[in-house]
Design a protein around this ligand. Structure first.
Ligand code: GLV
Ligand code: MN
Ligand code: MN
Length: 408
């Protein structure tokens, strides 16, 4: 791409992303599966460190596994940008990596303009933003800010039973040191995360970049439905206490309950029968409920309603149900002053709320944080069809450079 002020040629965001296009491809769904601390995610961390060091930005890993690449000395009140490199199972190429690649490109642009930062600039890469391995989204930023009890984080388990503490230790972290890091947090004077837009908020022909307004309140709940495991051939239909049958009805009840609440979104995207055999009536079914609403009380009421319906359905099927909350973050507005600065750097850009969770949303409770969204013409995300045009990705990096230059 050519910088619009200096006309100098800078490597495009798409070319940066091109160098990781084969990392962590998902053979089943297509797209990418890059869970935290997997070979794929570690390769991406390695790629980031190499790209940062090529630009003369030394990289350090903090005690919560967050990577920091520094332009200037690590110092309090620095300007920080960045995003994440982990993905959902079978996710797209842009959710996370677009923000990281754009941050690297923005440094190239600022350098080409001869910008001398008046305060240090860091690019941060947060681990387990999606919560696709250990269940709690934005785990790195929650640990950094103290938004999760470190004991709870240490004891989170992945599908194989590995705890987060074990995975952290295997990757060079001391699990005892996980948790709120006041020193690292104080280094964030302002945080700006660039991210692919995850809906169709930026139409064709208009601006390619929007300013983030707020993050929808969202949480995750685990529901366990317990029945009587039994033989598929010898158990008469009338004699069953089948938690799969209860689960099927509960999933429909989730859809019906959420459809009746204006602005609500509720999803069951993951279900695990135990033990999961074709000729076995399951003993238990675990399913995960993701519920979101702009008003916190409405989201929590919706989950209560779903729980009540689930109890009735389970009892009718001779089963029991338990519900436990795995995470919750209320609706969060981004810092008003930082948002105004972003709007000033981007005249005419729309301000969009987002239904997706982000590390910037967690950080917003502690430091001034804001977001930029880059057009996604499909409006699809958490899917291989997520897409950003090359020109829009470069426009995003240029806008990020402008914003950082103004804030520096
Ligand atoms: C993360 O992308 C989420 O919104 O769950
Ligand atoms: Mn993301
Ligand atoms: Mn995501």
């Amino acid at each position: 791409m050519r910088d619009r002020y200096t006309d100098k040629i800078i490597p495009s965001v798409t070319s940066l992303l091109g160098s990781i296009q084969d990392v962590g491809r998902d053979p089943r769904r297509g797209g990418y599966s890059r869970p935290v601390f997997s070979t794929a995610e570690l390769d991406l961390r390695g790629w980031f460190a190499t790209e940062a060091e090529r630009r003369g930005l030394p990289v350090e890993t903090d005690r919560n596994g967050i990577l920091w690449a520094w332009w200037g000395q690590p110092q309090e009140g620095a300007l920080v940008t960045g995003s994440h490199l982990d993905s959902v199972p079978g996710g797209g190429a842009f959710d996370g990596p677009l923000g990281v690649a754009s941050a690297l490109a923005a440094v190239d642009i600022l350098r080409s303009r001869g910008v001398e930062p008046r305060r240090s600039l860091a690019i941060a890469v947060f681990p387990e933003e999606e919560g696709s391995r250990f269940g709690v989204a934005c785990l790195g930023s929650r640990l950094l800010t103290g938004e999760i009890d470190p004991d709870k984080a240490r004891n989170l388990r992945d599908a194989d039973g590995t705890t987060f503490a074990e995975a952290a230790r295997a990757n060079g972290l001391d699990p005892e040191l996980l948790g709120r890091d006041g020193q690292a947090l104080a280094r964030i004077g302002d945080f700006v995360e660039l991210h692919v837009e995850q809906g169709r908020g930026l139409g064709d022909g208009g601006p390619a970049v929007a300013v983030g307004g707020s993050v929808l309140g969202h949480g995750r709940w685990r529901m366990s439905i317990t029945g009587q495991g039994n033989h598929a051939g010898t158990t008469a239909m009338a004699d069953r206490a089948d938690p799969m049958v209860a689960a099927a009805q509960i999933i429909l009840a989730v859809q019906q309950a959420a459809s009746g609440v204006e602005g609500a979104r509720a999803t069951v995207g993951r279900i695990e029968p135990v033990p999961g055999g074709t000729n076995v009536i399951a003993s238990r079914v675990d399913l995960w409920l993701d519920a979101r609403h702009p008003q916190d009380a409405a989201a929590l009421d919706l989950v209560d309603t779903i729980h009540g319906k689930a109890q009735k359905i389970a009892a009718f099927e001779g089963c029991t149900v338990s519900l436990s909350r795995e995470s919750w973050t209320g609706t969060t507005d981004f810092d008003a002053e930082l948002r105004r600065s972003l709007e000033l750097s981007l005249p005419g850009a729309p301000v969009l709320p987002t239904g997706a969770g982000h590390d910037a949303g967690i950080l917003a409770g502690h430091v001034p944080a804001g977001m930029l969204f880059v057009r996604n013409p499909t409006g699809i995300s958490h899917s291989p069809e997520e897409y950003v045009e090359e020109a829009d990705a470069d426009a995003g990096a240029a806008v990020l450079a402008d914003v950082l230059q103004d804030l520096l």
